[in-house]
Each structure stands twice: as C-alpha cells, then as structure tokens.
Design a protein around this ligand. Sequence first.
Ligand SMILES: *[C@@H]1O[C@H](CO)[C@@H](O)[C@H](O)[C@H]1NC(C)=O
Ligand SMILES: *[C@@H]1O[C@H](CO)[C@@H](O)[C@H](O)[C@H]1NC(C)=O
Ligand SMILES: *[C@@H]1O[C@H](CO)[C@@H](O)[C@H](O)[C@H]1NC(C)=O
Length: 395
Amino acid sequence: MSFRVEGKQSVFQTDREQIKDLVVAVYGTLSDLLSVASNKLGIKASYLYNGKGGLIDDIALIRDDDVLYVSEGDSYIDPQTDPGTAEELTGSYTDWLTLNVGGRYFTTTRSTLVNKEPESMLAHMFRDKDAWGNKQDHKGAFLIDRSPEYFEPILNYLRHGQLIVNEGINLMGVLEEATFFGIESLIEQLDVAIKTSQPADDHSPISRKEFVRFLLATPTKLELRCQGLNFSGADLSKLDLRYINFKMANLSRCNLSHVNLCCANLERADLSGAVLDGANLQGVKMLCSNAEGASLKGCNFEDPSGLKANLEGANLKGVDMEGSQMTGINLRVATLKNAKLKNCNLRGATLAGTDLENCDLSGCDLQEANLRGSNVKGAIFEEMLTPLHMSQSVR
Ligand SMILES: *[C@@H]1O[C@H](CO)[C@@H](O)[C@H](O)[C@H]1NC(C)=O
Ligand SMILES: *[C@@H]1O[C@H](CO)[C@@H](O)[C@H](O)[C@H]1NC(C)=O
Ligand SMILES: *[C@@H]1O[C@H](CO)[C@@H](O)[C@H](O)[C@H]1NC(C)=O
C-alpha cells in the first residue's frame, strides 16, 4: 500500500475505496506516522519505503511529493512491476483490522472474522471490504455498539476455537452476543456450558441480588429460563419479570408485590404464602400452580388485548384476592376454598367446576361468569353488583 506526501501531508492510496485520497498531516515521529498509516489502512504498518524501495528510518527523509509504501513486515515489492499484489491482499483476507466494540479496541485479522464461521453476521460484515458500510471511528477502527466483555470470548473462540470465559462474565451475556453475531457452533457450546454451570445438587434459593444481576445481563426479548429454580423466600418485589419461564419454580413466601409478571409462565410453580399484592398478572399462565395462602390483593389479570390469564386447576386455598381485576380469567376446576375475593371484577370469568366453598365473593361483579358445576357451599354473595342467575350456578 502506498501513500503520497503533499506539502507535508500524506495522501494514502489504498485499495479500500473509502479512504483513497485521504489527506493526513505528516508530523511527529516516524512511529506516529506508522500508527496513522496502520489505523487508516487497517493494517499493522511496520516499515516505510520510498518509491525506490529505500527503507525510511527518519521522518526528516520524507520530501514533498514522495510516494511512500508501507509494509507489515514483508520486504519491498514494487507495485509497478508486481500488479498482482494489491489483488492478492484483498483476496486472501489476511489484513489486520481493528474493531472498536463498545469503546474497547480489538485488533484481529479479517480471516479470523470471516473463515471460522462463514455464515455469521461478523463474516458478512467483514468479508467484502466495506460492503456493509461499516462505520469507523476517528482512529479508523470499525465501530460495533455491543458489550466488549461479552465480545472478547467470542473473538477468542474465532481465533482458536476454544470457548474460554473468564470468571465473573455471565454466560447468558456471551450467549446473547453469540446469537446476535450468528456464531452457530458457539451457541451450542454455550447452551451446554450454561446447563452444566447451574449447580445440579445445590437447591439453595437464588437471592434478589443474584437474580437482578441475571436480569440486567439479559435483554427483555430473550426468554429467561427460570424453570425449576428455587427462589423460596426471595424479595423480588417491583421487578419486571415479564415473559419469564417460572414453570415448576419454587416461589414460596416470595415478596412479589408490584411485580410485572405479564405473560409469565408460572405453571405448577410453588407460590404458597407468596405476596403478589398489586402485581400485574395480565396473560399469566398459572395452570396447576400452588398459591395456597398467597396474597393477591389488587392484582390486574385483565389483558385488554384479550389474552386471558389462565389459572386452571390452581390451588388458591385461602388466597386473598380482594379488589383484583379478573375479567375473563380462567379459574376452571381451581380450588378457592376459604379465599377472599371481595370486590373483584369477575365479569365473564370461567368458574366452571371451581371449588368456591366458604369463599367470600361479596361485592363481586359476576356478570356473564360461568359458574357451572362450581361448589358454592358456604360462599358469601353479598352486595353483588349484578344478580346471580340460577343458570350460572348448577349446585
Ligand atoms: C428451596 O429452598 C428452600 C429454603 O432454603 C428449601 O427448603 C427447599 O428444599 C429448596 N428446594 C426446593 C426444590 O424447593
Ligand atoms: C419450596 O420451598 C419450601 C421452603 O421454603 C419447601 O417447603 C417446599 O417444599 C418447596 N416446594 C417444592 C415444590 O419443592
Ligand atoms: C415486600 O416488598 C415491599 C416493597 O419492596 C415492601 O414494602 C413490603 O413490606 C414487603 N412485604 C413483605 C411481606 O416482606
């Protein structure tokens, strides 16, 4: 690669279109100039030659209108007599480039980014020079707005094929980046690593602190796999837990007040004695969950988009759901024995086969609720907002 000096300015001439004729001032030392050349040309410039192949070892030797050649270590080849060189360099992907990933610099070769995973996004970004219009920072490094600590193990994997993640780096974060960059073979390895890193025989509950760290490292669109995990007694109040898979998790005696569990999956989860007051439970799946003795005061189960909360077969013995918004909720064959459902909105709710023995339903709106086959023995129906029709209740 060559560049021409114009009145103490260099005009870099390269095969990379976007910086052809870039004008750069020549000042400082030779190594300054080499590092400018490295950054601008995306190579590791080590030697500088004049047009006749003479090695330049002092910036003072450079004259106006000199044509200079930089090399990464190879000896001088006159491009005039060897026209194949430029093509070879582009074609073989051996050139160095520097990436600026979230503020940290990584220097690597194009072949590292391209050859190991040819179908990945990284390969597509860097295979054809500048085909993607990659943005560069003031030092000429390609800008990638992703997290550097998760990128590092990915780059090392592309270099030597080994997945090595330093302690303290969340594997879920690395997985997210591997997914983002489309490094398929690494995704599989990370899945295995994540599974084996979860202590199999340690059933001690996960604390709020651990869980929040976990949450922050995971984007909202990624489904969190909390299936079967033990959170017993944890304070998870006020957290955004939308779409999380809590199937069969132990959330007994957890503080879940004012959480957002919209569309979360709590199938067969243990919620006994938990406090969910003021929680957002729109579209929640709680099939066959055990929420015995839980407090669910002032919860919102009503999804305006029509996605119905499903609590079929749940154990809701003795729960306090006072003042909850439960329009259209599915409580089929659930057990609500001794539950407090005062002033709930149960319009259009499915209560077929539901055990409502000794349940306090005073002040409820049960319009168009389906109570067929429900057990209403000892249930309290005072101050109902709409009269209960006999057709609604069979027993
Ligand atoms: C979860 O943690 C609680 C409290 O430490 C413990 O009693 C229980 O056995 C643990 N395991 C499961 C599977 O819930
Ligand atoms: C959940 O943890 C509690 C202890 O906090 C324990 O008594 C209970 O058996 C656990 N539930 C399940 C389903 O393992
Ligand atoms: C649950 O958390 C809320 C808010 O963080 C707090 O006000 C409340 O006292 C807690 N409830 C229980 C039962 O620990």
